[in-house]
Write a protein that binds this ligand. Sequence first.
Ligand code: 3PG
Length: 306
Amino acid sequence: MKILIATEKPFASEAVKGIKQVIDNAGYEMVLLEKYSDKSQLLEAVKNVDAIIIRSDIVDAEVLEAAKDLKIVVRAGAGYDNVDLDAATARKVVVMNTPGQNSNAVAELALGLMVYAARNFFDGSSGTELYGKKLGIHAYGNVGRNVARIAKGFGMEIYAYDAFYPAESIEKEGVKAVSSAEELYETCQYVSLHIPATPETKKSINYDLLSKMPSKAVLINTARKEVIDEEGLAKLLEARPDFKYLTDIMPGNNDELKEKFPKRYFSTPKKMGAQTAEANNNAGIAAANQIVDFFLNGNRKFQVNK
Ligand code: 3PG
């Protein structure tokens, strides 16, 4: 069996060693394609491989077509909007993710961005504290839950909204469950986004919703850029001089926002929420183990294209 690791944004080297160990132990062969700059390199690398481990790398119909021997793709991470699930299903390729494995890393970055906003981008001026402030967690999955855990340590008052997760379960964790996204945005000065990019969520964070946020609002995005209505966001930053947007996923209008709102808009240069040695180890090794377990025992527990 040939297992390809295709990571445009590479794992930490110790994670690659850990993945190799799992693959070696199973008697399989590991092939490594890191930091590729062109899709043609990926198309070449996927020929004759049985399995692929990816991160945010795009696996579309063309890649699947080129990978004639492919049986399984594992997204080492949570969001799998980068994989064409229908095309994979049509080719009987199993797609999995590794839920929860990198969520602490993303949650720590979300809190880091909140501190950065509260302290005026570390510009030396007098800022504010997170203590006692209202934080709204939009979607209470693995990352949202970790954000709640860490934010409790900061002494924030925590609210959450999740369309698919029961309010009682949220409340059991000492978090106030609200009944709509509108209520969350109306209530909380800080909102941290943890929704996936789906046809329903795309551009759902729009001008109307954001304009409901209270004074000195801060929106943190460590989820996906696609969920933001970028035009609406630019309009809101223009209309509300008290509003800040900090993101780990650079928007299409980054240059415009950077130029117009340098003290209220910040984006990391490259998505780095899950970019820690620990998260790379957890997600990468979990992906390798899932592949081995799939080939040896047919385990499909984390399959997402059912
Ligand atoms: C995820 O969906 O797991 C995160 O967004 C991390 O993505 P990355 O592996 O591309 O850093």
